[in-house]
Ligand binder design. Structure first.
Ligand code: CAA
Length: 256
């Protein structure tokens, strides 16, 4: 039973909805744990081919929970490592789509950046406002943002703390697509259903290869891709997908 998120399975898509409206979905210890547990449970289920993470119309997430963090010491962070669970979320093999409406600030923007696609409502606002609080991003904001939008745009956001709208975020490369706010969940459902219908082994491999592009040299990444590509040819779904193309019919994937 979860208290700060809602979890639902629709077909082959796992939906996680952040549900702390009183704090604009600020990330306290409980919601962080529940998000990571829900995502890893979906990831362990081969009946799930895509995960959607979303919040409310007003806030995807307004950041790490400032009230919970305020009294912590440096030693608390080092010893208890409250953000140490996020690598488990980032390591989920299943494609994850962030459906962002309203505020995605601080840890909220960082959470979106741990997802594979970011689909934003035209109302969405992104920012890394930690400098306003006397701290810096702590869940990857300085690292993933640079990789997403380049150094100068990231520095603009991290050093000034200013918020950017969905259009600017899309221009900068932080957002995959912008859609009208009223259509966000329908558009994301269609994208997620489409992804989840693909062969699961190819989704796992494609996500791993994309991640390699962010983490390795070009030569290493290309080597990884070549091996991952080769491995696909031992799946049922590669034979089925190519036969279906030749026979001009839809593939019947077994996700094996
Ligand atoms: N942590 C804890 N509580 C938060 C919160 C946060 N990050 N963001 C909002 N809330 C709470 C508010 O305190 C308020 O609660 P009360 O009614 O009990 O006072 C409630 O949510 C509603 O918020 P507001 O009244 O402030 O709503 P608003 O519409 O006037 O403003 C906002 C919205 C601009 C997003 C504003 O809430 C805000 O600036 N929030 C903080 C944003 C921020 O600084 N995020 C970064 C946090 S640090 C971080 O994330 C570090 C990291 O890298 C991990």
């Amino acid at each position: 039973m979860t208290e700060t998120i809602r979890v639902e399975t629709r077909g082959r898509v796992g939906w996680i909805t952040l549900d702390r409206p009183e704090a604009l979905n600020a990330l306290n210890a409980q919601i962080m744990r529940e998000i990571v547990e829900a995502a890893t449970a979906f990831d362990a289920d081969t009946g799930i081919g895509a995960i959607v993470l979303t919040g409310s119309a007003k806030a995807f997430a307004a950041g790490a929970d400032i009230k919970e963090m305020e009294s912590k010491t440096g030693t608390d962070w080092l010893v208890d490592d409250p953000f140490g669970l996020w690598p488990r979320f980032a390591a989920v093999r299943t494609p994850v789509i962030a459906a962002v409406s309203g505020y995605a600030l601080g840890g909220g923007c960082e959470l979106a950046m741990m997802c594979d696609l970011i689909v934003a409502a035209d109302s969405a606002r992104f920012g890394q406002p930690e400098v306003n609080l006397g701290v810096i991003p702590g869940i990857g904001g300085t690292q993933r943002l640079v990789r997403a939008v380049g150094f100068y745009k990231a520095a603009d956001m991290v050093l000034t703390g200013r918020l950017i709208g969905a259009e600017e975020a899309e221009r900068a490369g932080l957002v995959s697509r912008v859609v009208p706010a009223d259509d966000l969940l329908d558009e994301v459902a269609a994208i997620a259903d489409g992804i989840a219908a693909k062969s699961l082994p190819s989704l796992y491999a494609a996500k791993a290869a994309l991640d390699a592009a962010l983490e390795t040299s070009l030569a290493e990444g290309l080597r990884f891709e070549r091996h991952a590509f080769a491995a696909q040819f031992d799946t049922h779904d590669q034979k089925e997908g190519m036969a279906a193309f030749r026979e001009k019919r839809d593939p019947d994937f077994r996700h094996r």
